[in-house]
Design a protein around this ligand. Structure first.
Ligand SMILES: C[S@@+](CC[C@H](N)C(=O)[O-])C[C@H]1O[C@@H](n2cnc3c(N)ncnc32)[C@H](O)[C@@H]1O
Length: 209
């Protein structure tokens, strides 16, 4: 069970909460061209570390948060989303671990998966890419990925936040899991206190078919 007093640590070290919250939305806006009229799905939105500023920035009903843990999302909404902001911005939330976007309006411009696929297995990234195709997503897919000389897999079919294996992709494995998206750019988000270079690295992908 998640301790509501420690909900920030569900998504990473407490010390990084404020910096990630500031740096990632800025990266999306200044580098990736996110504007208020765009629609964005925040895959693995967790306790709304990034969701909160994005909900604030985007137009009403243009933010969708997708999260596997109903509990993490509920605590995030309770702690991070003031009722008046939720009423004004009407964010949409989905709870499932299959990356299933059925039931929400199509036409997303951006899909963000921040620090999700550095913990999930390779098959889950392929599943996510396939679900984005099913949802007819043709926008920009931005995700944190650890790229290395060896494939390193998690032994688990589903994410377990208590066990952060260093899931890593060889470039060939990554290209195959992402298909039909291809990496167009790799950015170092310049997060200060991050020893693991991979968690600073965001890849920007666009659909090739
Ligand atoms: C390290 S946290 C990052 C949360 C958020 N993106 C952020 O940066 O603050 C990873 C999140 O991905 C969620 N997650 C893992 N597997 C998932 C899946 N299959 N579908 C949806 N969410 C998933 C976890 O529950 C967790 O909230």
């Amino acid at each position: 069970m998640l301790n509501p007093h420690h909900y920030k640590t569900y998504v990473g070290p407490f010390a990084r909460w404020d910096e990630v919250r500031e740096v990632i939305p800025r990266f999306l806006i200044e580098t990736c061209g996110l504007q208020p009229h765009h629609r964005l799905v925040d895959i693995g939105c967790g306790t709304l570390r990034i969701g909160r500023p994005l909900i604030n920035y985007l137009n009403r009903a243009h933010y969708t948060g997708l999260e596997a843990s109903a509990e993490a999302l509920a605590i995030g909404r309770c702690k991070e989303l003031p009722r008046d902001l939720e009423a004004t911005k009407a964010p949409l939330f989905l709870v499932n671990s299959d990356f299933d976007l059925a039931g929400v309006q199509r036409g997303f411009d951006f899909a963000l998966a921040h620090e999700v696929f550095i913990h999930c297995g390779h098959a889950q990234l392929a599943q996510c890419a396939a679900q984005l195709v099913t949802a007819d997503f043709r926008g920009t897919f931005i995700l944190t990925i650890r790229i290395g000389a060896q494939d390193i897999e998690t032994g688990r079919p589903h994410y377990d936040h208590a066990s952060h294996e260093a899931v890593t992709y060889r470039r060939e494995t990554l290209d195959s899991a992402l298909d039909p998206w291809a990496i167009e750019e790799v950015h170092d988000c310049q997060l200060k206190d991050v020893a693991d270079e991979a968690t600073r690295r965001m890849i920007v992908c666009r659909r090739q078919d």
